[in-house]
Write a protein that binds this ligand. Structure first.
Ligand code: ADP
Ligand code: MG
Length: 695
């Protein structure tokens, strides 16, 4: 590919384009509006809208859309053309400032969790000028936040932007204490995205993949990921062609696609971008997922973003790398070279430690989906217990501070915060542990629990708000201190003392860890309903309300939506499974056992042989067939019983226990049959067919 530098962001109305296309004053006004989150004056908005429209039309656009992220976790759009009658039977192309900054939308079919009554079905979208407009196909996309008419958030972006404001406010307070006035803090995120690529034909032949994104059945193939021969292996030509086209599309949209490689499971891959400001990173990750699907389709493949498409190999996650920095590019989670920088680093570090400990439940909730439940704690992804990895060096430093003891046994002096230089913390030794949900990796934290298909807005809303709360408490304590250095020292020591239970450098996949975690009083919220049961806990509502991120009503609506969504996903999976079993699997196993009987009969008559194989297999298959039929017959009843629960949480709990329980048993019997039936008589492509389908 030639000319990458020029193609990069060619389809984005970014600062460079704005500087070229806007009058100087308007451009300055835009900069101010982006920096301060200020609303644009309508006269200025009109000029920007017109310039944007001219630019978009030159690029072939005919429509515009307010692009938003409702609580479905994906994006939504409705296209309007630029045309307007010219009064002479023709049209002119128009786009006003009003249309740019605010849109009205019929919100009645988006989930609101009871926030919006039917007579207030309208919602509105408001431009987020910090995330640039872009062109996809022939449409100008304007990133927006989506609210009810009463101003309640109906989307992911609104609370995300609020959480960014909340943490920025508190970071500024703390930075001021260290003498940094007037610096603009930013939180940065880089999301590593895992995915599977399989042949389109395989998906077309399996209604489970088509309807639910994962295989609901499938016997273990002889070869999975045992040989570790796929991880970082040579990329197959068809996949390479896909990656190349995907990169080009992403780059044109200004998305910093950087690293690509094969992942652990066969047919699994990863893409990592260079990090950027949180809300832009969230938008970019949504676009990345969408384009992965589209580009795969053009190459005759399907991109599976489900957390667990296949039972016997690793599922897919999304590592959310998070840090805080200043607009000057100083990373506040980078240990510094002077005592003062070190003290500041330790304070921010402690803020994160306290946040993760105090809001373990919210972090777990932020990644809780039916799909991700298959992955967390399955020895391929972090456990459901949230803990934090800091690495040995940093842990030793904190222990020394906690006990007012000399650090590392060397020399005499104990570490005096704000006076002494921290020992050098070698960066690479901090990134060895891949089993921790929340790992410090040298100058950022890597939250490894998010599922591959989810929006990263949720985890970042929680991280931002929880850390904002620690920083608020720290700033309150330090702002009035007489002896700042002493107060800082005490605060760091006390925080380590109070929250060290969350620090765990060991193997998170170890079976003993959940027991140890329980002894430490850490939470182990194994499934989505168990996690969501804590969303409305008093301390959580108080946190979000205090920082203006969610009102109690908004949080309650999310609670309802998340539970309902969990129930719906499992309901669809169970229905799909029943359909597959009823129409294809039972007839296939029945036909095969009948065939075995016919064969046995003929063999016995003609040759007088015992027919041990035919008889034994037939009995075995019949046993499984009876099990399949029995479970199949009760699964509908289990769903009916679950659906009859008035309370949404109770309904979700019944789905988790009864419906999933029955589905697991049903699957086991089906998979046992698959292993006994010839390929061509089994109604679905096998795991081997699917996982090794792309050459
Ligand atoms: P690995 O995790 O494989 O060691 P890297 O450390 O290079 O890889 O980075 C992984 C991801 O972390 C990348 O997406 C990168 O952009 C992101 N990242 C790096 N620094 C930061 C930061 N300061 N803030 C947010 N994300 C970051
Ligand atoms: Mg990583």
């Amino acid at each position: 590919m030639k000319d990458v530098a020029n193609r990069f962001a060619a389809k984005v109305f970014n600062l460079t384009t704005m500087r070229q296309r806007l009058p100087k004053d308007t451009y300055k006004e835009m900069l101010r509006c982006i920096a301060d989150g200020k609303r644009l004056d309508i006269a200025v908005a009109n000029i920007v809208a017109n310039a944007m429209k001219d630019w978009a039309i030159e690029q072939g656009a005919t429509h515009f859309t307010h692009w938003f992220q409702p609580m479905t976790g994906i994006t939504a759009e409705k296209h309007d053309s630029f045309i307007s009658p010219d009064g002479n039977g023709g049209v002119i192309m128009e786009f006003s400032g009003k249309e740019l900054v605010r849109g009205e939308s019929d919100a009645s079919s988006f989930p609101s969790g009871g926030l919006r009554s039917t007579f207030e079905a309208r919602g509105y979208t408001a431009w987020d000028p910090t995330s640039f407009a872009f062109i996809k196909d022939t449409v100008l996309y304007i990133p927006t936040a989506f609210c009810s008419f009463g101003g309640e958030a109906l989307d992911m972006k609104t609370p995300l932007l609020r959480s960014m404001e909340a943490i920025n406010r508190q970071i500024s307070r703390v930075l001021k204490l260290f003498g940094h006035e007037n610096v603009t803090p930013i939180t940065t995120v880089g999301a590593e995205q895992e995915y599977f690529l399989v042949d389109q034909g395989m998906v077309d032949a399996r209604e489970d993949l088509m309807l639910t994104g994962r295989t609901l059945l499938g016997a273990k193939p002889p070869k999975g990921q045992e040989l570790d021969d796929h991880y970082f292996g040579v990329i197959k030509p068809r996949v390479q062609a896909f990656m190349q086209e995907l990169n080009d599309e992403l780059w044109q949209l200004g998305i910093l696609a950087k690293t690509e490689h094969n992942e652990v499971a066969p047919a699994q891959h990863e893409l990592a971008p260079i990090f950027t400001t949180t809300n832009i990173s969230v938008d970019h990750n949504q676009l990345t997922m969408e384009l992965m699907r589209k580009v795969a389709h053009r190459h005759g493949m399907v991109c599976l973003l489900h957390e667990k498409p296949f039972n016997c190999v690793n599922g897919s996650g999304k590592h959310n790398n998070w840090s805080i920095s200043t607009s000057e590019g100083v990373n506040l989670l980078d240990p510094g070279a002077t005592p003062f920088e070190n003290a500041q680093f330790l304070l921010f570090l402690c803020a994160v430690i306290q946040a993760v400990d105090d809001y373990q439940d919210l972090l777990r909730i932020s990644v809780a989906t039916a799909g991700n439940d298959h992955r967390l704690g399955a020895n391929e992804a972090p456990p459901a217990v949230i803990s934090m990895f800091l690495g040995d060096e940093l842990t030793e430093v904190l222990e020394a501070i906690e006990h007012d003891a000399p650090y590392g046994g060397h020399d005499k002096e104990q570490l005096k915060i704000g006076v002494d230089v921290l020992p050098r913390i070698p960066r690479d030794s901090t990134d060895r542990n891949r089993t921790s949900p929340f790992a410090f990796t040298g100058n950022k934290f890597e939250f490894r629990s998010p599922g591959s298909s989810q929006s990263i807005a949720k985890p970042n809303i929680v991280i931002n708000t929880a850390v904002a709360e620690s920083l608020r408490q720290f700033a309150d304590a330090l702002e009035g201190a007489e002896d700042f250095t002493q107060a800082l020292h005490d605060l760091i020591r006390d925080t380590v003392k109070a929250h060290k239970r969350i620090l765990f450098n060991g193997n998170g996949y170890d079976n003993h860890w959940p027991e140890e975690a329980q002894r430490r009083g850490l939470m182990n919220l194994r499934t989505t309903p168990e996690a969501l049961a804590h969303l409305l806990d008093k301390k959580n509502v108080a946190l979000f309300e205090r920082h203006g991120v969610f009102s109690a009503a908004e949080l309650r609506s999310r609670y309802e939506i998340l539970l309902q969504n969990y129930v719906k996903v499992i309901h669809i999976e169970a229905e799909t499974m029943m359909d597959m079993v009823s129409r294809n699997i039972l007839p296939a196993v029945s036909a095969f056992s009948a065939k075995l009987c016919d064969n046995a009969k003929v063999k016995a008559e003609v040759a007088g042989v015992a027919c041990g194989y035919e008889k034994a297999r037939c009995r075995e298959i019949s046993r499984h067939t009876d099990t399949i039929y029995a479970i199949y017959s009760t699964l509908g009843e289990a769903m009916h019983h679950a659906d009859s629960a008035e309370d949404t949480l109770e309904r979700a709990m019944r789905y988790k226990d009864d419906v999933i329980g029955a589905m697991n048993a049903l699957r086991e019997a089906c998979d046992a049959c698959e292993a006994m039936i010839p390929n061509e008589q089994w109604p679905y492509p096998s795991y081997t067919d699917i996982l090794f389908s792309v050459k």
